[in-house]
Design a protein around this ligand. Structure first.
Ligand SMILES: NC(=O)c1ccc[n+]([C@@H]2O[C@H](COP(=O)([O-])OP(=O)(O)OC[C@H]3O[C@@H](n4cnc5c(N)ncnc54)[C@H](OP(=O)(O)O)[C@@H]3O)[C@@H](O)[C@H]2O)c1
Length: 334
């Protein structure tokens, strides 16, 4: 209990990262001060955006520092509390992942209700990825009744939820893109999309045109690159796209050329709009109220790829960048 294990950034990658860029280290378990809590982490999240934090580049969130412990979303149990409003034994969601024990200001942790949902749900469907999906289809590119919706990264954490929420909002047809036959099958059979395109199996634009000859109204972009170009081509006049992420270029070592059909944005008067979940924590209560009910009644389906142990967290993260996960990837720490 007195030794903490944590993952630090060993060095910065150029291009695709490897396990050598991470270091498993030991440090004393810190002592909480007044208004702080000590948490034993039970689950942590690895997320594609963390690739950007491995570079020494300015962005919306500061880079990880070489030699320092990484951070990210995690769930844990409070084992010592010096804060009046968080009791020992509470389950909290917080941002001090990549370590087994974490001390934090109690104000930065949120107590989650494990009667309503499983602790790990608060890292996925009830966490940042679920909220991102909700923002995309209700705020950034609102889905309307009768819309044809296309979602890239459809077998992943954000995409799988976005497609299901689009359906709840009345979409007439929901099409996903994913890599390989197992994932495309799962997108239809488990997540309830109407159809999928396999971007690894050939020209995306042609596959999409076959499935949506009438065009699409809304695109949720997790990937950038080819799916974005295909979606711009398929969007109808006044169509809209929520630009959520561009995972296809996170390991790029030189600037990536943009879609060659951007002039379509002019001629079709399209709206392409970015979204960052960190701007919208005010929407979380609204979303949680709906999503906990949907999880409970089974109308929002989830899937997890679980990796066991802190020492496997770097491999889990590298796996996400290569498509090793279906649904939300999680690292179980206990
Ligand atoms: N804007 C925000 O606030 C926000 C919040 C959360 C996430 N995001 C972004 O949303 C996207 C999805 O995140 P997530 O957490 O839900 O991850 P995820 O979709 O669960 O996992 C990433 C998936 O991306 C796919 N992928 C990887 N490389 C690809 C490539 N070159 N081309 C096409 N697909 C590729 C893989 O699926 P396949 O096997 O199907 O290729 C992989 O499983 C990411 O871009 C992430 O950065 C943004």
């Amino acid at each position: 209990m007195s030794i903490n294990r944590e993952i630090r950034l060993a060095s910065r990658p150029f291009g695709e990262p490897g396990v050598e860029h991470f270091e498993l280290a030991e440090a004393p378990v810190p002592e909480p001060r007044a208004d702080q809590i000590l948490v034993r982490n039970t689950w942590m999240s690895v997320d594609p955006y963390m690739r950007g934090r491995m570079d020494d580049a300015e962005s919306y969130i500061p880079p990880f520092q070489v030699g320092s412990v990484l951070e990210g979303s995690a769930i844990g149990e409070v084992i010592t509390s010096r804060a009046a409003h968080i009791p020992v034994g509470a389950t909290v969601s917080h941002f001090s992942g990549w370590r087994e024990y974490a001390v934090m200001d109690a104000a930065t942790a949120t107590v989650v209700d494990t009667e309503l949902a499983r602790p790990q749900d608060y890292l996925g469907a009830l966490g940042p990825t679920g909220l991102t999906a909700y923002l995309a289809v209700t705020r950034t590119a609102p889905v309307e009744k009768g819309d044809v919706v296309f979602v890239s990264g459809a077998a992943g954490a954000v995409g799988s939820v976005a497609g299901q929420l689009a359906r709840k909002l009345g979409a007439a047809k929901v099409i996903g893109s994913a890599g390989g036959p197992d994932k495309t099958k799962k997108v239809v059979e488990h997540f309830g999309f109407d159809a999928t395109v396999d971007y690894r199996a050939g020209a995306l634009a042609e596959q999409l045109a076959e499935l949506a000859p009438e065009g699409i109204d809304v695109y949720v972009d997790d990937v950038g690159g080819d799916p974005l170009q295909a979606a711009i081509g398929a969007l109808k006049v006044h169509g809209r796209a929520a630009l959520v992420g561009m995972i296809s270029q996170y390991n790029a070592t030189r600037p990536v050329p943009g879609p060659s059909n951007l002039y379509d944005v002019v001629t079709k008067r399209l709206t392409l709009r970015g979204v960052l979940v960190t701007d919208h924590s005010d929407v979380l209560p609204e979303y949680l109220a709906k999503a906990t009910a949907w999880l409970a009644d089974g109308s929002l389906r989830t899937e997890e790829t679980v990796v066991q142990g802190l020492d496997q967290a770097p491999a889990a993260f590298l796996g996400v960048l290569r498509g090793a996960n279906t649904g939300k990837i999680l690292v179980r720490l206990t």
